[in-house]
Design a protein around this ligand. Structure first.
Ligand SMILES: [Cu+2]
Length: 84
């Protein structure tokens, strides 16, 4: 899924083997994520807004999770998150 210079397109992106910090009340999650070559990101720690439909009660801080993102540039929103 999603090879190449897709940085500016709004396709789903998937991250694996990541850890999170949760701000459930603020609907934000911090991922300490592995490199995501599809969008040319190195490994880093960063905070994302979470879509209203995402249930953050399924995961807790320190879990390894899978997540999907939509967005472009530096503006990505988490569309799904689940424990690995
Ligand atoms: Cu990042």
């Amino acid at each position: 899924m999603g090879q190449g210079s897709a940085e500016s397109r709004g396709e789903n992106r998937r991250g694996d083997r990541n850890r999170d910090a949760l701000n459930a009340a603020g609907k934000k999650v911090t991922f300490d994520h592995a490199p995501m070559p599809e969008i040319d990101w190195p490994a880093m720690k960063m905070e994302f807004p979470v879509a209203p439909s995402v249930d953050l009660s399924k995961v807790k801080t320190g879990d390894k999770v899978r997540f999907t993102l939509t967005g472009s540039g530096k503006n990505y929103t988490v569309q799904s998150i689940s424990p690995q």
